[in-house]
Design a protein around this ligand. Structure first.
Ligand code: PHE
Length: 340
């Protein structure tokens, strides 16, 4: 018995925790009803009378040390985190549970929202089931425009006007229809395209699009905003590259690459030996799109951009197969939370 106690004392004294969740796991392991320390207390009943006092003192000492250690580990973490753990609201969506219990896509979505939040972008939401106007027509895709082919769409069979949104640009339209500029917002959300499921594509994925409309907004503002984002997301040494592209609702349009953060731009299989990886589409909002929403294109200009959260997450965590995000395999998920 004394030997077991001494062993546990040594064990408790060397405990370390990387998060509050781990501290809680430690508490459960040692001090819960069936915990290692509590079990010793049960065994104490059968300790012979002549050593009871000695063993009792050692046991109490062990228990105090375990409590002390846990308090000490806890105090190593942010007070806010401790407070939010205490106020844990189990009715909230899992992504809001603090800390841990987070899907990698939720982690990265939150990072994106925080990064843009720091420069004044607020968040708006919209419906996943859309009409043609908000997903296509208002965005300058005329009915037979070939650009519609870029986004293979799920339509509701009985009504070709109703579809699953293919991008969150639909929320940009809804926002512009109802909000007077200046508008500085981002639009995270789930989108749907009729793609064959593979390591690189899925019929469901997630985007964050952004919109900034005001007087005198220029391409330089777009570039600076995106450069800030890239450096915040992938590190200070990240470089960006803008290539000309085409979207019906922006003119001029571009696609942005970031220098590959995996090989540092030297070339690897992630960046296909180019040193660059594409992360988003962007451009100056086409005057037609502004006018379609009742915004005077003589007075206002703006930029927009859109990125896939899966892609950013894959780059950040070097995940090679997009399907992993949707399979709910805990062996994958727990690598991001440590809390299952
Ligand atoms: N909506 C585009 C897409 O999903 C991305 C984009 C948004 C491009 C805003 C330019 C401006 O592909």
């Amino acid at each position: 018995m004394i030997e077991r106690i001494n062993r546990l004392v040594a064990e408790v004294e060397s405990l370390k925790a990387a998060s509050l969740v781990e501290v809680e796991e430690i508490r459960l392991k040692y001090l819960s009803k069936k915990g290692l320390v509590s079990v010793l207390f049960d065994d104490f009943k059968s300790v012979p009378a002549d050593t009871k006092r000695e063993v009792g003192l050692l046991l109490n000492d062990l228990k105090n040390k375990a409590h002390q250690k846990i308090d000490e580990l806890k105090s190593g973490f942010d007070q806010d985190e401790t407070a939010s753990l205490a106020k844990l609201d189990l009715t909230r969506p899992a992504e809001n549970l603090q800390p841990g219990s987070r899907h990698p896509l939720s982690i990265v979505r939150k990072q994106i929202i925080d990064i843009f939040g720091r420069i004044g972008f607020t968040v708006a939401d919209g419906p996943e089931i859309e009409d043609d106007w908000h997903n296509f027509s208002a965005l300058n895709f005329t009915p037979d425009h070939p650009a519609r082919d870029m986004q293979d769409t799920f339509f509701i069979a009985t009504n070709p006007d109703i579809l699953l949104r293919t991008h969150t640009s639909s929320v940009q339209i809804r926002t512009m229809e109802t909000t007077k500029p200046p508008i500085r917002m981002i639009f995270p959300g789930r989108v749907f395209r009729n793609e064959a499921i593979s390591a690189r594509a899925h019929c469901i994925f997630h985007q964050v699009e952004g919109l900034y409309i005001d007087k005198n907004v220029s391409f330089a503002d777009l570039k600076q905003t995106l450069m800030y984002f890239a450096k915040e997301m992938f590190g200070e040494s990240t470089k960006i590259r803008l290539r000309p592209s085409y979207f019906p609702f922006t003119e001029p349009s571009g696609e942005m690459d970031v220098s590959c953060n995996i090989c540092g731009g030297v070339g690897c299989n992630i960046c296909k030996y180019t040193g660059w990886v594409e992360i988003l589409g962007c451009g100056m909002v086409d005057p037609n799109a502004l006018e379609n929403c009742g915004i005077d294109s003589q007075t206002y200009t703006g930029f927009a951009f859109g990125m896939g959260i899966e892609r950013i997450t894959m780059l950040k965590y070097q995940i090679k197969d997009l399907r992993l995000f949707f399979e709910n395999d805990v062996r994958f998920l727990k690598q991001f939370t440590g809390a299952f």
